[in-house]
Design a protein around this ligand. Structure first.
Ligand SMILES: *Cc1c(COP(=O)(O)O)cnc(C)c1O
Length: 369
C-alpha cells in the first residue's frame, strides 16, 4: 500500500467481498441477501460499494434509508431492486420514476402511496410492509392489519413483495427472550396478513447480528449492513470480519510545548512538562468529534498510541508524540484493522456505526481492489 500524503479513507474491496462471503455462508442456499447501503454505505461511498456488490459479489436487493439515496444509486447504474426503508410521501413521484420500492410502515404512508400509484395507473407495484414487533420506531401494529388488508384488497395498484420487521437488540445476548418474542410476533403477523391477502411475500427480519445470532429467523431474506463493512458487533464474531475502511492521515507539523504553555482552542491542553505535539489535517468537520478530544481518543503513529491533546478543531487535531519517534509527513492511522473504528468509538462510549457513517464527504475515498 502506498504511503498516504493527505487524509484518506482507504476502502478495501477484497475485505468487502470476504465479509459478504462469510455472511452468505451462514444462510440456507435459497435465502436472499439484501445489502444495506444507506448513509453512503455507512460512510464508504454507496455508488462504488453497490456497483462492486452488484458486479463482483452478487446480491439480491439493496436498501437505502431515503429516496434521494436510491435515486443516486440508479443514476450510478445500479439495476438491482432497491428498497427504500424510510420514504416520505413527498418523494413518491420520484421514487416511482426511479423504480425504487417503498417500505410502507403506516396507514398514512399506505394511503398516500396507493393514491400516487392509482394516479399513475400502476399495476402491482412492489411494496414492502413493515411491521412493528417491539422496536416501536416504524411499522404497523397487530391491530392495524385488518385495515391494511382492506386497503390492499381494494386496489390492484400495489402488491406486497415483502413483509419485514426489525430486531431491537439482535446483538445483545441478555435480550434473547425479547428478540424471540419479536420473531414470534412477526411470524404471527405475517401469517395473518398473507392468509388475508391470499398470496405469499418474502419475509425478512434479520440485520447483521440477527443473521449471526438467530438462524431460525432468516426466513426468505436477510439484511446486512455493518457486517459487510467489517464488524460483527461482538468479540466472538469480529474475527470473522475485516473492517473495510481505514482512516489515515499525516503529520502536518510538530511543535514543542513548554511547561505552562497551552495548546489549541480555549487552551484545552496546558503542558505540565515539555510536550511534543503533532498537528494532523483531520478535525470535527471530517467526522472526529470534539468528544474524542482531551485524551479520550488516540491515533497510531509508528506503531504507538498518540493521545489527542486539548480540543479537536474543525479541520485539525493535535496529538501527543512526546514519546514517539516521528517527523512531519509521517503516516498516521486513525482507525482500520488495529485499532478498529469500534475500538476508537468505544473511547467515547459510542459504536462503530456512528463513527464510520460520520466520516464526512470532504475525506477522499481511495479504493483498494
Ligand atoms: C440499518 C438497517 C439494517 C442494517 O443493520 P446492520 O446492523 O447494519 O446489519 C437492517 N434493517 C433495517 C431496517 C435497518 O434500518
Amino acid at each position: 500500500m502506498s504511503k498516504v500524503c493527505e487524509t484518506v479513507l482507504e476502502i478495501d474491496l477484497r475485505a468487502l467481498k470476504r465479509n459478504a462471503t462469510y455472511l452468505k455462508s451462514k444462510l440456507q442456499p435459497d435465502t436472499k441477501f439484501l445489502a444495506v447501503v444507506k448513509a453512503f454505505s455507512y460512510g464508504n461511498d454507496s455508488e462504488f460499494i453497490a456497483s462492486y456488490l452488484e458486479k463482483e459479489v452478487g446480491v439480491d436487493y439493496f436498501a437505502v434509508a431515503y429516496t434521494s439515496e436510491g435515486v443516486a444509486l440508479r443514476k450510478a447504474g445500479i439495476k438491482s431492486p432497491i428498497l427504500v426503508l424510510h420514504p416520505q410521501s413527498i418523494n413518491f413521484d420520484e421514487l416511482i420514476a426511479f423504480k425504487l420500492e417503498p417500505s410502507i410502515y403506516s396507514s398514512f404512508v399506505l394511503n398516500a402511496f396507493i393514491a400516487e400509484a392509482e394516479k399513475k395507473g400502476l399495476n402491482k407495484y412492489p411494496i414492502h410492509l413493515k411491521f412493528n414487533t417491539g422496536l416501536n420506531r416504524l411499522g404497523f401494529s397487530k391491530s392495524e392489519i385488518s385495515y391494511v388488508v382492506g386497503r390492499l384488497n381494494a386496489s390492484s395498484s400495489v402488491y406486497v413483495h415483502s413483509i419485514f420487521s426489525h430486531l431491537a437488540a439482535s446483538e445483545d445476548m441478555n435480550e434473547i427472550e425479547f428478540s424471540k418474542k419479536q420473531i414470534n410476533c412477526f411470524v404471527e403477523m405475517a401469517q395473518n396478513l398473507e392468509s388475508k391477502i391470499g398470496y405469499n411475500s418474502l419475509w425478512h427480519m434479520c440485520n447483521t447480528s440477527g443473521i449471526l445470532n438467530y438462524p431460525e429467523a432468516h426466513f426468505n431474506m436477510v439484511r446486512s449492513g455493518i457486517g459487510l463493512y467489517g464488524f460483527g458487533n461482538d468479540p466472538k464474531f469480529n474475527s470473522f470480519f475485516t473492517p473495510i475502511g481505514s482512516l489515515k492521515t499525516i503529520i502536518s507539523q510538530i511543535h514543542e510545548v513548554l511547561p505552562g504553555e497551552s495548546l489549541g482552542y480555549n487552551r484545552g491542553f496546558i503542558a505540565h512538562k515539555k510536550t511534543r505535539s503533532a498537528t494532523l489535517p483531520l478535525g470535527h468537520a471530517d467526522g472526529i468529534g470534539r468528544q474524542y478530544g482531551n485524551g479520550k481518543g488516540y491515533v497510531i503513529i509508528n506503531h504507538k498510541k498518540a493521545r489527542i491533546l486539548g480540543n479537536v478543531c474543525m479541520d485539525m487535531l493535535m496529538v501527543d508524540v512526546t514519546d514517539i519517534t516521528c517527523k512531519e509527513g509521517d503516516e498516521v492511522l486513525v482507525f482500520g484493522l488495529d485499532p478498529t473504528a469500534e475500538d476508537l468509538a468505544a473511547t467515547t462510549g459510542t459504536i462503530s456505526y456512528e463513527l464510520i457513517t460520520g466520516i464526512s464527504q470532504r475525506v477522499k475515498r481511495v479504493f483498494i481492489t
